[in-house]
Design a protein around this ligand. Structure first.
Ligand code: AHR
Length: 500
C-alpha cells in the first residue's frame, strides 16, 4: 500500500518553539526523591542529585521543566523549601497522601535545572494561597536585591536572581480533587489579580492560566471562556492537560487518540479566539499543553497505597511498544499545531509516568516512550511545514477514516535539512511512503531510524531496552520525486534529509 505527504516551502505552519519539548517534575512519588535526588547513591553529586539521571535528561534535551506540581502545588508553601535544610518542615501532602521532606526546594531545583540545560516553568499555589504569596515568590526569584524577599534569596546563597520567565497560575483548578478547587469565576478573578501583581514585580515574565484538566470535564469550554473573560489581557498562555490510555485493549482505537488531542487543541483555540473577538483584543492567546502522556497502567496498584509514606512508588507506569507509538502520534500532533501550542510538557520526567526510571541505589533506565521524545526534542527544530497526507485508513470505535500514516516534516534552515517523523498505525501492512517536499532539492539521507518489529506489549526493563530505535537508512532513498521510505507495520520513524 502507498501513502504520501506533500509539503511546500511556501506553506509553513510556524517555527517550532523549543518549549514544546518541555517536561514536568512534581514533588510526588519518586520523581524528586530517589528520582532526580538521592544523596548516598553512588552517582550522587555533592548536592545529592544523581549524575546518571542528569545524563539521561540531557539526552532527552528538555528545554523547560514545569515545577513543583501538579496537584501537590495546591497545598505547597514555597517558603518551606528555602533556607537551611535542617530547619525545613516535614509536611503532609494532602494531594498524594504522602510526607514531603522539603529537602529539595527552589534553590536546589533551579541549580539542578541549569545543569540539565533547562529553564524552570514555575507554578504558584492558587489552591490554599493567595496573591501575596504569588508576588513574594516572584520577588524572591527575580528581583535583583534591596528588598526583603530578594535579600533573603541572597542570604540563602543566590546572589544573582533566578530570572524565571514562565509561570503557571495554579494547577487544574477546575478539578474537585484539587486542594482549594474553584469555580471558573473564582479562579478567573484570583488568577487575574495574581497575574497583575506578579507582572508588577517583574514585567518580563510570561503567565499561563489554567484551562481544563481534561476535555472530558463537565465544565470544559465554559471554564475556558469564563477564565479568559477575567484574564485575557493579563496572561500569555492557556493550559491544556490530557492523559491517554488503552484500558479497553483496543489498539486501533488507542492509536487514534492523537485525533482526540488534535480536536481538543482546535476547540481551545476556537474559545481563545472567541474571547479575543468579544474583547476586541489585538492579542493572540497561545497554548501551553503542560501535562500530556499515557497514564493508566498504574491505576489498579495505586488504588491500594498506604498513606503518609515518604517517596512511595506511585504512578509508576511501565510503558510498552504501543505506548511509544501513541506518544509518537501525540508529538506529531503537537507539532502540527505549533502555530498556537508554544509550550508542552510531557508529564512527568522521572519515575512518575515518566520516560526515565530509576532503581533506588541502582540503575537509571529508559522506557519505550523515551525514544520518540528524544528524536523529536533533538531533531524536531526549525519550521513545521503544513502536511497534506494521502493515506489509506481504518474506522475504529471513536473515529472514522483514521489514516494509517501520522506524519510531519520540519525544515531546519540552519542545518539545511528536513526532518520527517512518521508513525504507521497499520498492524499488518508496510507502507510505501513518499514525501514530496516542494520547493526543496533533496540531496541525501543523513539518518533514518525506526522502532518496529516488537510485540505491542513489549517493555524495557532496568536490565535491557529491546524497544529502541534501529538504523534503517537502506530502506530510505531520495530521488527527483522526493523521499521514498518503507514504513514497517506499527512503526515510529525518524528520517533526516539534507536539502537545498
Ligand atoms: O501528573 C500527575 C497529576 O496529573 C498531576 O499532579 C495533576 O496536575 C494531574 O491530574
Amino acid at each position: 500500500m502507498k501513502a504520501k505527504m506533500t509539503v511546500n516551502k511556501a506553506f509553513p505552519v510556524a517555527p517550532v518553539d523549543p518549549r514544546i519539548y518541555g517536561s514536568f517534575v512534581e514533588h510526588m512519588g519518586r520523581c524528586v526523591y530517589t528520582g532526580i535526588y538521592e544523596p548516598g547513591h553512588p552517582q550522587a553529586d555533592a548536592e545529592g542529585f544523581r549524575e546518571d539521571v542528569k545524563a539521561l535528561v540531557k539526552e532527552l534535551n528538555v528545554p523547560i521543566i514545569r515545577y513543583p506540581g501538579g496537584n501537590f502545588l495546591s497545598g505547597y508553601n514555597w517558603e518551606d523549601g528555602i533556607g537551611p535544610k535542617a530547619d525545613r518542615p516535614k509536611r503532609l501532602d494532602l494531594a498524594w497522601k504522602t510526607v514531603e521532606s522539603n529537602e529539595v526546594g527552589l534553590h536546589e531545583f533551579t541549580s539542578w535545572a541549569k545543569e540539565v540545560n533547562a529553564e524552570v516553568n514555575m507554578a504558584i499555589n492558587l489552591g490554599t494561597r493567595d496573591i501575596d504569596a504569588a508576588r513574594n515568590i516572584v520577588e524572591y526569584c527575580n528581583h535583583p536585591g534591596g528588598s526583603y524577599w530578594s535579600d533573603l534569596r541572597r542570604k540563602h546563597g543566590a546572589e544573582k536572581p533566578f530570572n524565571i520567565k514562565t509561570w503557571c497560575l495554579g494547577n487544574e483548578m477546575d478539578g474537585p480533587w484539587q486542594i482549594g478547587h474553584k469555580t471558573a469565576e473564582e479562579y478567573g478573578r484570583i488568577a487575574a489579580e495574581a497575574a497583575k501583581v506578579m507582572k508588577w514585580v517583574d514585567k518580563d515574565i510570561e503567565l499561563v492560566a489554567c484551562g481544563s484538566s481534561t476535555s472530558k470535564m463537565p465544565t470544559f469550554a465554559a471554564w475556558e471562556a469564563t477564565v479568559l473573560e477575567h484574564t485575557y489581557e493579563h496572561v500569555d498562555y492557556l493550559s491544556l492537560h490530557q492523559y491517554y490510555g488503552n484500558q479497553k485493549n483496543d489498539l486501533p482505537n488507542y492509536l487514534a487518540q492523537s485525533i482526540e488531542m488534535d480536536n481538543f487543541i482546535k476547540s481551545v483555540v476556537a474559545i481563545c479566539d472567541y474571547v479575543k473577538a468579544k474583547k476586541r483584543s489585538k492579542k493572540t492567546m497561545y497554548l501551553s499543553f503542560d501535562e500530556w502522556n499515557v497514564w493508566y497502567h498504574s491505576h489498579a496498584k495505586d488504588s491500594k497505597n498506604e498513606p503518609w509514606q515518604y517517596a512511595p512508588p506511585i504512578l509508576e507506569d511501565i510503558y510498552n511498544f504501543e505506548d511509544a507509538l501513541l506518544v509518537g502520534c501525540l508529538l506529531i500532533t503537537l507539532l502540527k499545531n505549533c502555530d498556537r501550542v508554544k509550550i508542552a510538557c510531557m508529564a512527568q520526567l522521572v519515575n512518575v509516568i515518566a520516560p526515565i526510571m530509576t532503581d533506588p541505589m541502582g540503575n537509571a533506565w529508559k522506557q519505550t516512550i523515551f525514544y520518540p521524545f528524544m528524536h523529536a526534542a533533538n531533531f524536531g527544530r526549525g519550521t513545521v511545514l503544513k502536511p497534506m497526507i494521502e493515506s489509506p485508513g481504518y474506522d475504529c470505535e471513536s473515529f472514522k477514516g483514521v489514516p494509517y500514516v501520522e506524519s510531519i516534516a520540519i525544515y531546519n534552515e540552519e542545518k539545511g535539512e528536513i526532518v520527517v517523523f512518521a508513525v504507521n498505525r497499520s498492524q499488518d501492512t508496510a507502507l510505501d511512503f513518499t514525501v514530496d517536499a516542494q520547493g526543496f532539492d533533496m540531496k541525501e539521507v543523513l539518518d533514518a531510524q525506526e522502532i518496529s518489529g516488537h510485540g505491542i506489549k513489549d517493555v524495557n526493563t532496568n536490565a535491557s531496552a529491546p524497544v529502541a530505535p534501529k538504523q534503517c537508512v537502506s530502506a530510505v532513498k531520495v530521488d527527483k520525486n522526493g523521499l521514498q521510505a518503507k514504513l514497517q507495520p506499527l512503526s515510529w520513524n525518524m528520517i533526516r534529509v539534507a536539502v537545498q
